[in-house]
Design a protein around this ligand. Sequence first.
Ligand SMILES: Nc1nc2c(c(=O)[nH]1)N[C@H]1C(S)=C(S)[C@@H](COP(=O)(O)OP(=O)(O)OC[C@H]3O[C@@H](n4cnc5c(=O)[nH]c(N)nc54)[C@H](O)[C@@H]3O)O[C@H]1N2
Ligand SMILES: Nc1nc2c(c(=O)[nH]1)N[C@H]1C(S)=C(S)[C@@H](COP(=O)(O)OP(=O)(O)OC[C@H]3O[C@@H](n4cnc5c(=O)[nH]c(N)nc54)[C@H](O)[C@@H]3O)O[C@H]1N2
Ligand code: SF4
Ligand SMILES: [Mo]
Length: 690
Amino acid sequence: MTRVAAPAPAVDTHCPYCALQCGMRLTGADVQPREFPTNRGGLCQKGWTSGTLLTSPHRLTTPLVRVAGELAPATWDDALDLVAARLAALREEHGPDSVAVFGGGGLTTEKCYLLGKFARVALGTSQIDYNGRFCMSSAAAAGIRAFGVDRGMPFPIADVAGADVVLLAGSNPAETMPPFTQHVRNAANSGGLVVVDPRRTATAELATLHLQPRPGTDVALALGILHAAVADGHLRHDYVAERTTGFADAWRIAAAWWPERVERVTGVAAADQRRAAALLAGADRAVVLTGRGSEQHARGTDTVGAWINLALALGLPGSPGSGYGCLTGQGNGQGGREHGQKADQLPGYRRIDDPAARAHVAAVWGVDPDSLPGSGRSAYELLDALGDGGGPKALLVFGSNVVVSAPRAGHITERLSSLDFLVVADFVLSETAARADVVLPVTQWAEEDGTLTNLEGRVLLRTKSLDAPPGVRGDLSVLRGLAVRLGQPARRFPDDPEAVFTELRRASAGGPADYSGVTYARLRAGEQLFWPVPAEDHPGTPRLFAERFAHPDGRARFAAVDHSGPAEPVDAEYPLLATTGRVLAHYQSGAQTRLVPELLAAAPEAFVEVHPDTAARHGLADGAPARVVSRRGAVQARVRLVASARLDTVFLPFHFPGAQRANLLTNPALDPTSRMPEFKVCAVRLEVAS
Ligand SMILES: Nc1nc2c(c(=O)[nH]1)N[C@H]1C(S)=C(S)[C@@H](COP(=O)(O)OP(=O)(O)OC[C@H]3O[C@@H](n4cnc5c(=O)[nH]c(N)nc54)[C@H](O)[C@@H]3O)O[C@H]1N2
Ligand SMILES: Nc1nc2c(c(=O)[nH]1)N[C@H]1C(S)=C(S)[C@@H](COP(=O)(O)OP(=O)(O)OC[C@H]3O[C@@H](n4cnc5c(=O)[nH]c(N)nc54)[C@H](O)[C@@H]3O)O[C@H]1N2
Ligand code: SF4
Ligand SMILES: [Mo]
């Protein structure tokens, strides 16, 4: 008699990729879109094909250990015993900071939390940071400075949909969050979509007004628009007096940036700056949003501060249907930056140097507060210090592919090679995993429960919908297995996601990102919970600033910011600016999406967008292989002629490996506050490739 397998039940869940966290229904590995406020039934190509990797022959199903230079299959016990023994020996010989941990904003909140606890308690190291430092850190720092708290969008996405004017600075959602473009349709239809991008992107094509500044000049542009708004009588005096501080100092600088002067620096016509100011000021409801284009700069915190200043001068933050927000990027970009995988942070968005925070979290963890290490190095500084850089000798990576995604990637790859010991937990053999001494194969999104916090600050439950293949283990179980081998009591490292979340609720209680009232039961019941949720009977906080801002005086702060421009100027040898970013078909380092046949076919290789006149001056035709060279390295990429490009700027996506890595070029100049590297601008020259 043949056995008929019961049909897999359909499970409502969310996409494994970006922070829009589109709602989808999974039946086995089959994906269908579903109605959810962020996607309203839409999905992008990555979402539609996201089931492919679940059954892909490329996924890892057995631990791998390097033997005589080659990765070879091993048992879990052997692999975990080896990792624990090596880490313990290094710690014994060189101290706890000789072992480092690198996390990711794609990990569920439970994983981020347990990873931070594992580093501080099981390893005792201060050396932990994560890829969100490359993503959200400048917006986070600027948000904390201005508003006293960092929640990317402090209002639900419906407020964007309801706004008549939306200004998008350095964000290209038509490629990075396609279903999001529905939410700016109202603004576009009513003549109020303003897009600030050096490239004429698919998003800029939707705009009423496209401002096309020279990369790295957003501060000047925002000052010019602020200047125009004030000069034309649009300053909201009542709001500024009642709800803010610091306008006079900010204005002292903006007063010197009249639009004609700004035009000379940015290339954006003075009339267009005035038009942007008038559009924003004339709207009933206006929203200013920033993306990585404004933020990934050596002055990214100030750049976001300049856009926030504009929003504050017009009275937007905290006013009904209006506001400022940043568009968080990774699936759990928000939750992943709140619960302790950041070098200076403890769960609940607490500071690791705050004695009260240390005491609270240590009590939850059952350890002595004095045993918790202090603050560690930021992501780039950590990677730069590895091995013979004088820092940690071993690195554990969970959820990042730094060989492709870190700035100055050639140098970082060398640092990784100089480590005594590299461990990578992943479900595919990423370029970073391929260099590891031990690779631990883990479960994927659809094979485990876990929570994520989307770009709105809404906590979501992603529910298990199918069993993992034999041989793989969850990240939580890997951490538990290692912790126990390092001498920790097993109960301190639960591997059940709900048990971890229950502990996290207590650890976050009373902190800025308070999740204590969120429960799996409430999430399963479909409650819409935006943090903070300080009690189980608390409805959550969709809009953060309606009454007051999170500073002790309740007021928002203008930032006294001035234009300074990119860290690396152009010169005769490197006369062009290169900027980097994304295309629709690939996600991040491409570790996942390059293994999905439809996506690889849509975008098979690196390219460099060049203005036809610039290309011609370099003897390059459309489709020609080119070399793009910076002070740090050279990239192979095919020329793509783009008539709307700026003459002084080329663009490369960063999704491709090997010699096609855009990050061979990028400048690791760091923002002084956020420690964000300058991914969005460096000086290059173009050459014909042989
Ligand atoms: N398809 C796809 N979608 C993704 C991702 C992905 O890898 N692929 N990743 C997700 C993640 S983690 C993130 S962080 C988001 C990122 O989402 P976005 O911020 O939309 O993405 P980027 O392409 O990095 O940058 C946006 C734009 O910034 C512009 N830009 C460059 N320099 C400047 C500048 O100086 N000023 C201004 N104003 N603009 C500038 C670029 O031309 C680019 O069009 O996307 C998420 N969604
Ligand atoms: N030049 C340039 N560089 C950039 C950027 C840019 O705009 N320009 N953007 C930066 C930004 S915003 C970001 S966010 C970073 C992202 O860059 P990366 O940090 O490299 O991000 P991913 O490529 O998503 O890598 C995630 C890895 O973790 C694995 N993974 C996914 N989920 C899990 C999980 O649950 N557990 C484990 N153990 N592994 C998992 C994936 O298979 C993949 O190999 O890149 C940054 N680099
Ligand atoms: S927009 Fe983001 S969340 Fe939605 S389907 Fe695409 S990658 Fe997934
Ligand atoms: Mo990101």
